[in-house]
Design a protein around this ligand. Structure first.
Ligand code: ZN
Length: 177
């Protein structure tokens, strides 16, 4: 009789353990789901932090040739200077020049001059034409978000989008003195 009683208790304990195990599994699943949700939220936050560019920098060999404000549709003091159009970068030996053109310029150059023609329209920047061999810059999709860039390796040119903060902090004619 005593023996049977022991067995019954054991069975009951076993049942409790199994119930607990099942409970833990459910808790684990909830924890995993919560972690996934947190990761997804974090990813969305990071994606949101990618802000539209405020200006575009033209760098040759790592040196800034020109910085132009982007027309982002927002009203700010910088927007007055933002003009859509084309920036023609020409290279002749080691002399580089950046020229703003409101309309598509004529691209017939002598052989010793190479070029990149950059289009700036509504805050989106793309390389419209170039005489580089690989044409990688021309085929690059337009860039508009802060931190994005288009590189033309043969011409050592980097077209880089800068955000609001970088544009404000990097301006040499800042008001704060
Ligand atoms: Zn190129």
């Amino acid at each position: 009789m005593k023996h049977m009683f022991d067995c019954a208790i054991l069975d009951e304990e076993d049942h409790h353990v199994r119930e607990k195990k099942a409970l833990f599994k459910k808790a684990d699943l909830i924890l995993i789901a919560a972690c996934l949700l947190a990761a997804a939220l974090l990813a969305v936050c990071f994606a949101r932090r990618r802000s539209p560019g405020a200006s575009v920098n033209f760098l040759y060999d790592g040196i800034t040739l020109k910085t132009a404000a982007l027309n982002t549709g927002l009203s700010s003091t910088d927007q007055a200077a933002a003009e859509d159009g084309y920036y023609l970068i020409t290279y002749r030996d080691d002399v580089t020049a950046v020229e703003y053109c409101a309309d598509m310029p004529d691209l017939h150059f002598p052989e010793y001059i190479s070029y990149n023609l950059v289009s700036v329209q509504n805050g989106a920047v793309s390389v419209e034409a170039a005489d580089c061999k690989d044409q990688i810059c021309v085929h690059h999709k337009p860039v508009s978000m802060a931190g994005e860039s288009i590189v033309c390796l043969p011409h050592r040119l980097v077209v880089e989008i800068a955000g609001m903060k970088e544009a404000a902090g990097g301006a040499p004619d800042g008001v704060a003195r």
